[in-house]
Design a protein around this ligand. Structure first.
Ligand code: S3P
Length: 439
């Protein structure tokens, strides 16, 4: 096996104007809704990362014609909610939790059987959070002994709507159930313990499907409707912008403009947390693009201070904590995160893997069951292991802006799942970053 290593040289500043790739969550959903709609959906700004390509291939395998992707443009020829065909073999979801969890909701409502598989990381991640409520709706799904993938989904079941309070704040589980709800008899109602990203709800509305937002935490759909094709302009992913928001905040002399970033309020926790730490992030030219709020973000260097991160912001910044831990490591004083046990079941155990990496770079970082305590300090150079986790790899690359020596980051191939072109874009903004393939 080859190891894909990043080597980030110390120092530098981030300057200029960049656009990071398209939003991963919205790109997945654009394919799913486009495929299940009546009519042709054109998507621009689509994220051509491995995760979204796994979703795209799965729909192709079920008979949906999709042109592209070509420079972020795809054309999806929708087959309608009942138009998918049985795939010839298992559907490989790769590294993508979003693909597996959302697809399981769609596939539970089909007339044919399917099998969903994933890579080693995805095959360790919890799937009972979707298989249990789907079973309550009448789905028949077999998982491996630990409730993990592969998932064997029996077709031809009659689904019935349920009223489901989510035990965890998870947009993936919420979306899975709403998608299954399109195939269910009656009303499927989901209540979250705290608001999570609402791209599924917005896209349902965009495709003309009636949706009841009963409160800021409860949403309901009634089965039996139809989706009508529409065009989608995918904004740049705030989760990818996050590395640059943190990097420019840390590095003296930085002044960076990030263009056309999605700033849906269910995703902007990273901006709020950075501002609480003292960061200088301006939201410029706010506008709407296809039902989603978008803005340009200007970020300039500012001294950061450690904070106790408000738990209400955790679901709104859930993917940005690896980058925020780097901000905490460079801040003055202590940063305390609690209420974030979900980080332990992401593409890696992000609490442990980040603590290990920070410790290797001379920072005091103490994991707790549901968070971490980080003492700001001086980052040394060194070697860290991303454990195949894209966001951890990119976070440590950004850390080099403030490190005393080069940082080598192992196992970085999965950066392509969410951020193809990261190395080139980061270099264009001022990071000195190389890649090395070693046998
Ligand atoms: C996502 C929801 C989040 C997030 C993931 C994408 C989505 O997962 O971490 O990267 O697109 O719905 P959870 O719902 O498991 O928190």
């Amino acid at each position: 096996m080859t190891d894909h290593t990043f080597i980030a040289e110390p120092g530098g500043a981030l300057r200029g104007c960049i656009r990071v790739p398209g939003d991963k969550s919205i790109s997945h959903r654009a394919i799913m809704f486009g495929a299940l709609a009546d009519g042709v959906t054109t998507v621009t700004g689509f994220l051509q990362g491995e995760d979204c390509l796994a979703t795209l291939r799965a729909f192709r395998a079920m008979g949906v014609l999709i042109d592209g992707p070509d420079q972020g443009r795809i054309v999806v020829r929708g087959v309608g909610l009942r138009g998918l065909r049985a795939p010839a073999g298992p559907l490989d979801m790769g590294n993508s939790g979003t693909s597996m969890r959302l697809m399981s909701g769609i596939l539970a409502g089909q007339a044919f059987d399917t099998v969903l598989t994933g890579d080693a990381s995805l095959s360790r991640r919890p799937m009972r959070r979707v298989t249990e409520p789907l079973a309550r709706m009448g789905a028949r799904i077999k998982s491996a002994a630990q409730g993990t993938a592969p998932l064997r989904i029996r077709g031809g079941q009659r689904l019935t709507g349920i009223d489901y309070p989510l035990p965890v704040a998870s947009a993936q589980v919420k979306s899975c159930l709403l998608l299954a709800g399109l195939y269910a008899e009656g009303v499927t109602r989901v209540t979250e313990p705290a608001p999570t990203r609402d791209h599924t709800e917005r896209m349902l509305e965009g495709f003309g499907y009636p949706l009841a937002r009963e409160s800021d935490r409860t949403v309901a759909v009634t089965g039996g409707g139809r989706l009508t094709a529409t065009d989608i302009d995918v904004p740049a992913d705030i989760s990818s912008a996050a590395f640059f928001l943190v990097g420019a905040s840390l590095a003296p002399g930085s002044d960076l403009l990030l263009e056309h970033v999605g700033v849906n309020p269910t995703r902007t926790g990273v901006i709020n947390i950075l501002r609480l730490m003292g960061a200088d992030v301006e939201i410029l030219n706010p506008r709407l693009a296809g039902g989603e709020p978008v803005a340009d973000l200007r970020v300039r260097h500012a001294p950061l201070r450690g904070i106790r991160i408000p738990e209400t912001l955790v679901p709104l910044a859930i993917d940005e904590f690896p980058a925020l831990f780097i901000a905490a490591a460079c801040a003055e004083g202590e940063t305390v995160l609690t209420g974030a046990e979900e980080l332990r079941v992401k593409e890696s155990d992000r609490i442990q893997v980040m603590a290990n990496g920070l410790t290797a770079l001379g920072i005091t970082a103490v994991p707790t069951p549901d968070g971490i305590v980080i003492q700001g300090g001086a980052l040394s150079g060194g070697t860290v292991d991303s454990h195949g986790d894209h966001r951890i790899a990119m976070s440590f690359a950004i850390a080099a802006l403030r490190a005393a020596g080069p940082i080598s980051i192992r196992d970085c191939a999965n950066v392509n799942t969410s951020f193809p072109g990261f190395v080139a874009l980061a270099r264009s903004a001022g990071l000195t970053l190389r890649e090395r393939e070693a046998a």
